[in-house]
Design a protein around this ligand. Structure first.
Ligand SMILES: Nc1nc2c(c(=O)[nH]1)N[C@H]1C(S)=C(S)[C@@H](COP(=O)(O)O)O[C@H]1N2
Ligand SMILES: [Mo]
Length: 588
């Protein structure tokens, strides 16, 4: 039913010998609800996996409902302008029953990168598209890289119609759904509406006319707020509003050189804002689902951000025309904000008084406190995630890797801070964060206001066996907060040193543990990134000799969990040792 996802047989009433699978949470999706208000041992509820219907009813979208809006705009269905159409689509979605999504938070993440393929095609909607849900499981790839798309297409017959099953009961496909509108740049135009003095339609040629709009070029990091979510999932299951809790790792971030123009200039070209216009809603041509509602992808940015020339409209990425998967012909790049604000396939900008009520802006990307659970969260309880805090990641070595070195382990990775802050210092540890070594500044890539810095370094490591590598970054708000402390808010502290110390740790660097920043939405994993590796220190003579022996015998060193198939020591050496140092046991 779930395409390629390996399905484990439900345990439900396990054999007595297998009860531990449920008891230990390995089949956590099948645990009974324990209601202790109904007596000390609670009352057994049914595990959720029993409840769902396993056969969806097949209903079809008719072609008229989801037809393309304009010639040359393949895959663009306009929803916002047609309340009736939206209602009809909603009714169709409501009439469906779908199996629940595969459980990979309470149970194990599948061993391979799953592709959920739709068997229950909503054909009209998918008529000219392949809608493939593809998510990355702990790989080293960027979020939705072209390569992974290629791989998907290679793995599957490209002519086959793939469609997201909507099995997600209102969980929306979002950035991970590679539902890519293919829009002819010649046919494309941008609508500017709402509280602008002169509503307009501008073509790409208009926007590219340098006599009207000066070019703007920036190196920008776009970071998804779900980056490194996999570390949160590994601790506790949450509810991610990125597509079905996509277990993103360190790769859901990317840096590119973008060319385009400032949105501010375009608004000026429309005569500016009128009537208290304070926010700009940016709408993308792709179709987006939330709680069985169908709409176009939309967010808003405050005018103050636009006025600061921090919202770009771009058509070029790394010296090439913007790729389709990244939003061609035109996308927004909102400098220093989370990726969700950088709308792809942009076609409409509406000036409004308030931030948009579109779900991505009003109900998602929120950061909750520990007094709020999934069951009682209100959207107003969450802080809006707009800028990412300082963060970093180790991109090499990889978790669980066996690393042979000579007393210093080479590491590399990225460091980033949102909101126009930049990494000032990166530190690494080879002992779980007890002692830290500064990455030499010359090993950090150049500073940019809105981009990450990549880094590489060598961390001293004498130890052999399992160790924990850690990275943390300090951004430039460190210096700001120190000056504020010294001159401004000293009334909040007992003594200047106490305040200074707390600011250093709270404001400017990363929390040390995932739990410090854990939240239900599984967003913003900004704790120091930890990678466990097995250290083999070849600067030790015996280690060196052993490695040679493995090689000579043609025996694989990994996996490290296997018993070694040749002796560690000769009996002569053994006896010699105890003769010289006394026996293992003493008698008196
Ligand atoms: N139209 C549209 N724009 C979108 C999205 C989307 O689903 N539709 N996803 C957003 C999210 S959540 C992220 S993280 C970035 C990802 O940008 P990329 O695909 O260029 O890496 O795009 C943003 N822009
Ligand atoms: Mo995202």
């Amino acid at each position: 039913m779930q395409g390629d996802i390996p399905q484990r047989e439900p345990v439900h009433s396990p054999e007595p010998g297998n009860q531990w699978i449920v008891e230990q949470g390995i089949a956590g999706g099948e645990l009974y609800l324990l209601d202790q208000t109904k007596g000390p041992d609670g009352e057994k509820g049914a595990p959720s996996s029993k409840k769902h219907a396993d056969k969806p009813r097949e209903r079809k979208f008719d072609d008229k409902l989801a037809k393309d809006e304009l010639p040359g705009w393949n895959g663009y269905v306009e929803w916002e302008d047609y309340p009736e159409k939206r209602k009809a689509a909603h009714e169709i979605l409501m009439s469906q029953e779908f199996p629940p999504p595969p459980e990979f938070q309470l149970e194990q993440i599948p061993g391979r990168n799953p592709v959920l393929e739709g068997k229950y095609s909503l054909e009209g909607l998918a008529s000219r598209k392949k809608l493939i849900l593809n998510f990355e499981v702990g790989g080293r790839l960027t979020s939705v890289p072209d390569e992974s798309w290629e791989t998907v297409l290679e793995e599957k017959d490209p002519k086959m119609l793939h469609l997201l099953q909507f099995p997600y009961n209102g969980e929306p496909p979002k950035s991970l759904v590679t539902d890519i509108p293919t829009i002819d740049p010649e046919a494309w135009f941008l609508r500017l509406e709402g509280l602008v003095k002169e509503p307009k339609k501008l073509t790409l040629a208009d926007l590219q006319d340098e006599s009207r709009f000066p070019r703007m070029e920036r190196l920008v990091t776009i970071q998804c707020s779900g980056t490194r979510r996999i570390e949160q999932i590994a601790l506790y299951a949450g509810e991610g509003d990125e597509m079905i809790n996509a277990p993103w790792a360190e790769g859901a971030i990317g840096t590119a050189r973008y060319v385009g123009i400032s949105l501010k200039k375009v608004i000026k070209d429309c005569g500016g804002l009128v009537d208290g216009g304070k926010h700009l809603e940016l709408v993308g041509a792709d179709t987006y689902f939330k709680m069985n509602e169908v709409m176009n992808y939309a967010i808003s940015v405050p005018w103050s951000k636009v006025r600061a020339n921090e919202v770009m409209l771009v058509w070029e990425m790394n010296g090439e025309p913007l790729p389709k998967i990244h939003g061609a012909p035109l996308r927004a790049v909102v400098l220093g904000y989370i990726g969700a604000r950088s709308v792809k396939w942009l076609y409409r900008i509406t000036a409004m008084k308030e931030p948009t009520r579109a779900p991505v802006q009003s109900r998602e990307y929120l950061y909750f406190t520990q007094q709020v659970g999934k069951h009682n969260q209100r959207w107003t309880d969450g802080i809006q995630i707009q800028e990412m805090p300082v963060s970093s990641a180790i991109m090499s070595p990889w978790n669980k890797q066996v690393v042979i070195h000579e007393g210093k382990i080479a590491m590399k990775g990225w460091a980033y801070s949102g909101g126009g802050r930049w990494p000032e210092r990166v530190e690494v540890s080879a002992n779980g964060g007890f002692s830290w070594y500064m990455v030499p500044v010359e090993n950090l890539s150049p500073k940019h206001k809105f981009a990450w810095r990549t880094w590489h370094t060598e961390v001293p490591c004498d130890v052999e066996g399992w160790i924990e590598l850690v990275v943390r970054c300090w951004d430039n708000s460190l210096s700001k907060s120190i000056s504020v402390n010294a001159f401004g808010i000293s009334r909040f502290c007992i003594g200047p040193n106490v305040l200074r110390r707390s600011c250093l740790h709270v404001v400017d660097t990363q929390p040390t543990e995932v739990r410090n920043a854990w939240n239900w939405g599984l967003h913003v994993t900004s704790s120091a990134h930890r990678v466990k590796i097995y250290s083999v220190n070849k600067s030790k003579e015996r280690t060196k000799a052993r490695l040679e022996e493995f090689e000579k015998r043609g025996i694989d060193f990994v996996p490290i969990t296997r018993p070694t198939e040749f002796p560690f020591q000769s009996w002569d050496e053994y006896e010699d040792f105890f003769t010289r140092n006394g026996p293992r046991d003493v008698e008196v």
